[in-house]
Design a protein around this ligand. Structure first.
Ligand SMILES: Nc1ncnc2c1ncn2[C@@H]1O[C@H](COP(=O)(O)OP(=O)(O)OP(=O)(O)O)[C@@H](O)[C@H]1O
Length: 709
């Protein structure tokens, strides 16, 4: 009793000393040894609580220091209490993780069978797959009986019976392959339908509400490589997503493929287990019990050995995608890298990412090896059991040869069915990783665009940083009939809410007017345009735009050139068959107006596909963007130009602005070039502290000349 009390006191003291990271004096007696053991257990338990907490703080960018210090302080104050409150039992944690995984799996899978568009085909194909799965099981059972009677006839030297069963046996062998092939085809067809549904569904969410932009912004803000939250993602934390492209292309493919594969395997195993258990039980009941105990033990040991596989697999998927992305970046920026001669740095970065994937793969391989040791032993060791148990009955004449062969056959089936988790464990772990990544992606598509204040981090002004800019589009919403664009007390923050760029900007642009936004680099000119376009929503105030999106054109400094033909690029974002109805002559005329008269001949026609971003100069790309203005089906009322003539000479710049004037397009430009002043009637200057000033071009001349150096 005294020993127990001493041990209790000592472990409490030790725990506290561990909390302060001081190791205890060397333990010289049993009490010391036991208490050291308690201390070590405590350290591990604390690590389990503390490390995920730190990780969550880091991911959420939630100022980790104070919160984590608070945690440490409370840990030191009441260590034992903490242990009880904070550390759920290991098994509870595992069960919770498994339950979370099942919920994620359901959230990803159920819509395939419930969404009105697809559910009929989904059910038809799934039922077809299940029926065929059942048929293959029945086939295996029938085959076992045919074999049994065949061997019995052989053993009894009953020639007529033997010949009959030989015929039945051959017929069964002929029927088997078409049945198995049909099953595989129907299964793969269902997988493909599911993949199409899930891909289109997630793409729908990705492109809706300009989510791709917001998610891309999050990645650019430094969450690249942070990885999806995985099983432990905090619900209140905005999810960080790496490599969306991989999630949409690779993860969906592997998820649907594996989910259907495992689903079918489980269904087949279930039927198989039912039927062959009965057969086996009737031949030799002990064999059945031995198998149940053996499979339970084997599954538990495999789960324990491979407990880290899901995390490693999730990491591997992310690291592989990061590695691939670094190579894509090199391909896309080959020219700039070549100019800089930046090969060494690029190579080092690509190799660094590859090494990350390599190192993780090493660990993964080690884990897989350990799991494989266990599963192979598991498979091999049990093979001798039926030989020992059933052969005695055969030798004593209690069962015929056919029953012996059927016992072996059924035994192997039941063993395989009960060992599903053991056999598929490595694949199941990879599958769980894909489920986690896809679920994170699906959840991110459903998150609010502006995260809650608690999750997003504070700005200069918490209230404004947490609120949204109101963007209203349509003539009916305009304060006055002649206005095209009105900014009403517009305040714009950076997406993380940390910096106020523009404070309470009031601007009124009426029909046909041209206004230039100027200001030093990094002040927030482009950000103001992003807010007007509705891309950046953090801030306050309102934007009123008379022109609907079809009547508005945004041109950036480096215009976007899409994959596809020159025709598709000239009409972008318009697409579809009606592009063919615009004659080549009309296009040539437009190209002449933007001073690209020979472009068609140079490139070989409108329907030539090539990488236009790589072969056209910046100035040509900018003129091509102005050509779009003339080729849109609806008249462009408002053009928003972000340094979109920066690559042009003065003559070409004048030509572009003349075109806009002839078409009576209202213009909001961004830029600091002095030559721009002559094309605008008003200048809105943004200042460093967020203030602004609207003035005549003459008044702004000195400032703009100063900016131009
Ligand atoms: N996604 C983002 N998240 C956080 N800050 C951003 C983001 N994008 C831009 N910023 C910051 O916002 C500020 C304003 O950027 P903006 O692009 O509007 O500047 P600008 O006035 O157009 O500059 P320039 O004339 O050099 O193009 C910059 O300091 C920039 O670093």
């Amino acid at each position: 009793m005294a020993f127990v009390t001493a041990l209790g006191k000592r472990s409490g003291a030790l725990s506290r000393s561990f909390a302060h990271r001081q190791l205890p004096p060397v333990c010289g007696d049993v009490g010391h040894a036991a208490s050291a053991w308690v201390g070590r257990r405590w350290l591990r338990a604390r690590q389990r609580v503390h490390a995920p907490w730190m990780e969550r703080c880091r991911r959420a960018q939630l100022h980790p220091q104070p919160s984590c210090r608070q945690l440490q302080a409370s840990t030191a104050a009441n260590t034992d209490g903490m242990l009880q409150q904070r550390t759920p039992n290991v098994w509870q944690q595992r069960v919770a993780r498994a339950a979370a995984l099942m919920r994620r799996l359901a959230a990803l899978s159920v819509p395939f069978w419930t969404e009105p568009d697809v559910r009929r085909s989904a059910w038809l194909w799934t039922l077809g797959t299940l029926l065929l799965a059942f048929a293959t099981t029945l086939y295996a059972v029938s085959l076992s009986f045919v074999q049994r009677f065949f061997w019995n006839a052989l053993n009894a030297k009953d020639v007529p019976k033997y010949r009959n069963f030989l015929l039945v046996y051959v017929s069964a062998l002929v029927l088997g392959p078409p049945l198995l092939t049909l099953f595989e085809w129907v299964k793969q067809r269902t997988v493909l339908l599911w993949r199409r549904f899930l891909t289109e569904r997630l793409l729908g969410g990705y492109f809706a509400d300009k989510r791709y932009y917001e998610i891309g912004n999050r990645i650019a803000m430094g969450s690249l490589g942070g990885g999806g939250g995985g099983a432990g993602t905090a619900a209140a934390t905005p999810l960080t997503l790496d490599n969306v492209d991989q999630r949409i292309s690779e993860d969906i493919r592997s998820f649907t493929d594996k989910a259907m594969g495992f689903g079918c395997t489980a269904v087949v195993a279930f039927f198989d287990l039912l039927l062959f258990s009965v057969i086996l039980y009737r031949i030799q009941s002990q064999l059945f019990y031995i198998l149940v105990v053996y499979a339970t033990l084997g599954t538990s040991i495999t789960l324990w050995i491979g407990r880290d596989l899901v995390r490693r697999n999730t990491q591997q998927l992310r690291l592989e995608a990061d590695f691939r992305y670094s190579l894509v970046r090199v391909r896309e920026n080959a020219e700039s890298i070549a100019f800089y001669s930046g090969e060494e740095q690029e190579k080092a970065e690509v190799i660094r990412r590859f090494r990350g994937a390599y190192d993780n793969m090493l660990g993964l391989l080690g884990l897989q090896r350990n799991v494989q040791f266990a599963t192979t032993w598991y498979r091999f060791l049990i093979q001798v059991v039926p030989a020992v148990v059933v052969s005695e009955r055969y030798f004593s004449g209690q069962i015929p040869l056919g029953a012996l062969s059927q016992a072996f056959f059924s035994y192997n089936h039941v063993l395989n069915d009960l060992s599903l988790v053991v056999h598929e464990f490595v694949n199941l772990s990879a599958f769980a990783a894909a489920v986690n990544r896809l679920h994170d992606f699906q959840s991110a598509l459903g998150e609010p665009v502006i995260p809650s204040k608690a999750a997003g981090g504070g700005g200069d002004d918490g209230a404004a940083a947490g609120s949204r800019i109101l963007v209203r589009i349509g003539a009916a919403t305009m304060p006055s009939a002649n206005d095209v664009l009105v900014l009403d007390k517009l305040s714009v923050y950076t997406p993380n809410g940390r910096r106020l760029l523009v404070n309470q900007l009031d601007l009124l642009i009426s029909n046909g007017m041209r206004v230039l936004v100027a200001g030093e680099s990094g002040i927030g000119k482009s950000s103001t345009i992003r807010a007007i376009a509705g891309l950046w929503k953090r801030g306050s105030g309102a934007v009123y735009r008379r022109a609907s999106p079809e009547h508005t054109l945004f041109i950036s400094q480096r215009p976007y050139l899409a994959l596809g033909t020159l025709r598709q690029n000239l009409f972008y974002p318009r697409h579809g068959h009606d592009l063919q109805h615009v004659s080549d002559e009309t296009v040539r005329e437009v190209l002449r107006k933007v001073n690209l008269p020979d472009l068609l001949d140079r490139l070989g026609g409108l329907d030539v596909e090539c990488d236009f971003a790589a072969i056209l100069s910046l100035g040509e790309q900018q003129r091509l963007a102005f050509a779009r203005l003339l080729l849109q089906p609806k008249r462009i009322e408002l053009a928003i130009l972000d340094e979109s003539t920066s690559g042009l000479d003065v003559d070409n710049e004048r030509r572009m602005y003349r075109l806009l004037k002839e078409m009576n397009v209202t213009v909001l430009s961004v830029g600091n070039r002095p030559t721009l002043l002559q094309h605008h009637e008003r200048v809105c200057r943004l200042m460093r502290d967020g203030t602004w000033r609207v003035e005549d071009p003459d008044q702004a001349l000195d400032y703009v000349l100063g900016q131009a150096g």
